[in-house]
Design a protein around this ligand. Structure first.
Ligand code: ARG
Ligand code: ZN
Length: 881
């Protein structure tokens, strides 16, 4: 496929389906190579569609065995089979049934879309368009049907048979070694939410009673022998179910809720109705094989998929352009859940780091697109940080703008009004316009316009008049297909910080919404505050109230004051990050030299020293975030053009080393004070202590490699959990030499039979910022732990390498051609994983000319390959445009 050849699907071309499918009866006989799928569809013309239209069913890589209409075999002329589907030329213009039998080969399905095998189990992934790889269907989210599914398999091979909804029958197939289970899902659903699982699986379970009093059987299924690692996922499930009842008033609506972990999975997890299927990385946890970060992501993703039951399943999307309707909203919901379970400011800081690293960089490059794209060639390429993370930011802003009460009423209205429908962003926003009485038409631009706005701010104090005037302006740089940008609605949460804390905000300006929020909804505006008794320092965009860049003319001295005194924790963290970022941008772009940078390092170290001494113990998780400087990739993005990765890396390293040295004694004392007391517990407070201890270890290791190596080795030997062992390994990777190689080898021995842990080991090595890394990665591809067939392995080793700023962007271009070659090889088996990996090139245009040219030719090499998948062809085409 050439990308030019794939049809462009446009939002404006949406038309309702000509046909509806009210009921689906599936009878699936599972077999490793020849799975037979008999599907009985109850069809009728859609009153909202076009009368007399043929029935065009989607299909992909299917073998058709036979097709009957109202039970009668169709003659050869009555239908056609194409590579894209099955067409019934002149269907009756009334309700009728269609019986279609197809044969699929799950063992040959390396794309991991549709029905496939993972570690001897059968499983499915149907979002966005995998159901058509199981049977012919109207594979679009606005066609919703009631499913009854009979699964049959050899008893020994698949003692567990699961599908959506409630189990209504089970039994043996008389006279054979096979058995069956029948599942019925009373809730009409689109095909992308269909799922089945069959295999020999262990499980843990728990009974749950909803707030409304309904009993639900919860279970988490895992590979045999791994039930001991499923407890945290189950515990997280119970907690998020309670939370959704309490905070959003949402109860679960079936008798069963199953989660299944599989080891081959293209993405994180999938919210199939009543049967969530997960990448096992986001289910399995025990202290020896999962880090604190893993515990937190499991909790978040279990919640995310569970929350989809209302935001995604009960209310689904009319078409795939509305993907953010379910994803942005559900990310918002899972972020809120994690904030309530853990520390809200720390969660916010972590989310903003991710947003900037992934979404801001997407927005700044050739793959930028609006939260609701207008057109696509391959929808699977739009499961992006923009749709997910920026989509969540838009909901967060909405809540700030209309207030928590109107937001709650709007959500209630949405659940009531749109339940059971396939909805649009317009319908969603209408609920909040109604609940708040506000006109949200301007706000809706967030869904249409791509790009990260920059807010420019400056302030003036008038001592005589006792006023403070803030001038705010916004602009958004052009993105592909959108050269001209219009102003968006930016809620700017702020405070004016005086010597004794926040000053009261008095202003007559109608841009001031109260509650400390200015609404910047035009190119520029000024707000004058009165009765300001002393010159304040403005603290803007508190809590990161809008997904924007802020250019604020504050000196480092004022920022450091905010760092120590701001009442907003996020902005305290941000203030220090801003000082460090400015120093690294100056040096990393060549505008200032190392001597200057060392001066800045001493200023930062002094501020940190005071902070660590006085405040670290009170909130170690927050202190860990403070200690972690912006990453080199953040600095590259800030510089934005003619980027030289080596110079940025060198600056980053010098700054970290100088701070590490200056704080050596303080960090050592701190580490002792934080020494582990009881046995490992994954809770936020214990995790926060480990995070701070391990941030400190990293800084010590950069500052003084000898001491760092000694501490890391001690920690590795003495640790009782993976978090501390992995942190020791990570610290050692910063220190070249025999000791490092020895620790790397010991780690691999210890975890030889733990693929998910070895993924972290692969990634830690792929991230080493040294010229030898490319050869190391090539060598690791031959390690038994690695396989190109498993998405987690590829993301860890090759994805890790592609995230290595200096080595992926080697001056000789070898990093680019290595990754490009792998993209091409992988495209033959798994296009989705291949196209994700190709997305690593998204920032190529901001590089200095030499690297830019090399990256471009690697992209062109991919783009010129014959027979590319639509997934990879689309990314290559857009990246080069
Ligand atoms: N809906 C899933 C989630 O909650 C993502 C599934 C995406 N899969 C895909 N092949 N595009 O995040
Ligand atoms: Zn989701």
């Amino acid at each position: 496929m050439r990308a030019e050849d794939a049809p462009l699907i446009r939002l404006e071309d949406y038309r309702p389906s000509d046909w509806l499918i009210d009921t689906v009866d599936l009878d699936i006989a599972l077999d490793e190579r020849e799975t037979r799928v008999r599907s009985l569809l109850g069809l009728r013309p859609n009153p909202g569609g076009q009368a007399g239209a043929p029935l065009v069913l989607d299909g992909d890589e299917l073998t058709l065995a036979n097709v009957k209409l109202d039970g009668v075999a169709l003659g050869a002329g009555a239908y056609s089979v194409t590579p894209q589907g099955l067409i019934i030329h002149a269907p009756p213009q009334r309700g009728f049934t269609l019986t279609v039998e197809t044969v699929v080969n799950p063992s040959a399905n390396t794309k991991l879309m549709g029905l496939y095998r993972s570690s001897n189990a059968y499983c499915t992934q149907c979002e966005a368009d995998g159901f058509r790889r199981i049977t012919y269907f109207l594979d679009r989210p606005d066609v919703m049907s009631v499913y009854t599914v009979r699964l049959e398999a050899r008893k020994a091979e698949a003692p567990v048979l699961l599908s959506n909804g409630n189990r209504v029958a089970t039994g043996d197939v008389i006279g054979s070694d096979r058995h069956f289970a029948v599942w019925h899902d009373p809730h009409p659903k689109p095909a992308y939410l269909f799922a089945l699982v069959g295999g020999a699986l262990d499980h843990v379970r728990e009974d749950y009673v909803t707030a409304e009093g309904n009993k639900v059987e919860l279970a988490v299924y895992v590979e045999p022998g791994k039930a001991g690692r499923a407890g945290w996922a189950l515990d997280s499930l119970v907690r998020c179910m309670r939370w959704d009842e309490r905070v959003f008033g949402r109860n679960y609506d079936l008798d069963v809720f199953n989660v299944v972990a599989v080891s081959d999975f293209n993405m994180g997890a999938m919210e199939n109705k009543g049967l969530n299927i997960f990448n096992d990385k986001y289910v399995l946890a025990d202290p020896q094989t999962a880090t604190d970060g893993d515990y937190a992501s499991i909790e978040a993703i279990i919640a995310h998929e569970y929350f989809h039951n209302w935001t995604g399943n009960r209310i689904t999307c009319r078409d795939w352009f509305q993907l953010c309707l379910k994803e942005g909203l559900t990310v918002f919901r899972d972020q809120e859940f994690s904030s309530d379970e853990r520390s809200r400011p720390v969660k916010r800081i972590a989310d903003v780091r991710t947003l900037r690293a992934t979404q801001f960089s997407e927005d700044a490059g050739p793959l930028a697109h609006p939260v609701r794209p207008r057109a696509y060639k391959e929808i699977n390429n739009f499961y992006t940080p923009t749709v997910y993370e920026k989509g969540a930011e838009v909901i967060r802003m909405l809540k700030v703008l209309i207030g928590a009460d109107a937001f709650k009423r709007g959500m209630d209205l949405y659940f009531e009004r749109c339940d059971g429908t396939a909805a649009t962003i317009e319908e969603f926003l209408a609920c909040f316009a109604e609940s708040s009485g506000q006109d949200l038409s301007h706000f809706a631009r967030w869904y249409e316009q791509a790009g990260t706005p920059t807010i420019t701010a400056s302030g003036r104090y008038d001592a005589a008049a006792q006023t403070y005037t803030l001038d705010l302006a916004q602009s958004t740089p052009p993105t592909p297909g959108q050269p001209e940008k219009l102003p968006v609605v930016l809620p700017v949460a702020l405070g004016l910080v005086g010597k004794g804390g926040d000053l009261p905000l008095h202003t007559g300006s109608n841009a001031y919404a109260g509650n400390g929020v200015i609404v910047l909804d035009r190119p520029s505006l000024s707000v004058t505050f009165s009765d300001v008794a002393e010159p304040p320092i403005p603290s803007l965009l508190r809590g990161f109230s809008a997904p924007a860049r802020l250019e604020l003319d504050l000196g480092d001295a004022d920022l450091l004051k905010l760092f120590s005194t701001d009442s907003d924790s996020f902005n305290r963290w941000q203030a220090l990050q801003s000082v460090a970022t400015r120093a690294l941008v100056e040096t990393g772009s060549g505008a200032s030299n190392r001597v200057w940078l060392m001066g800045k390092a001493r200023e930062l170290a002094a501020a940190l020293d005071l902070f660590l001494r006085e405040q670290a113990a009170a909130d170690p998780a927050f202190a860990a975030q403070v200690l972690r400087l912006p990453a080199p990739a953040d600095i590259a993005r800030e510089i934005g053009r003619d980027v030289d990765p080596e110079r940025i890396h060198a600056a980053h390293r010098s700054l970290s080393a100088e701070i590490g040295n200056a704080l050596a004694a303080r960090l050592a004392t701190l580490r002792e004070a934080l020494a582990e007391s009881g046995p490992y517990a994954p809770d936020a407070s214990a995790a926060g202590q480990r995070a701070l201890r391990n941030e400190a270890l990293g800084l010590i290791a950069i500052g003084d490699p000898d001491i760092g190596a000694r501490l890391a080795q001690l920690q590795f030997a003495g640790a009782d959990n993976l978090t501390d062992r992995l942190a020791a390994l990570a610290a050692m990777t910063l220190i070249p030499g025999a000791a490092r190689e020895e620790l790397i080898a010991r780690f691999a021995e210890r975890y030889a039979s733990e693929p998910l842990v070895l993924d972290k080991w692969l990634m830690a090595q792929a991230l080493i910022a040294e010229p030898g890394t490319l050869d190391r990665v090539k060598e690791l591809m031959r390690h038994p732990a690695f396989s190109l067939g498993n998405p987690n392995r590829v993301r860890a080793l090759i994805g890790g390498f592609a995230a290595n700023l200096t080595q992926f962007n080697r001056a000789d271009g070898a990093g680019y051609s290595f990754v490009a070659d792998i993209v091409i090889a992988l495209d033959r088996t798994n296009p989705q994983v291949a196209s994700r990996l190709l997305g690593s090139f998204r920032a190529w245009r901001m590089l200095e000319p030499g690297r830019r040219a090399l990256a471009q030719s690697a992209l062109a090499m991919v783009s010129n390959m014959p027979n590319l998948s639509r997934d990879v062809a689309d990314i290559a085409e857009r990246a080069l445009a």
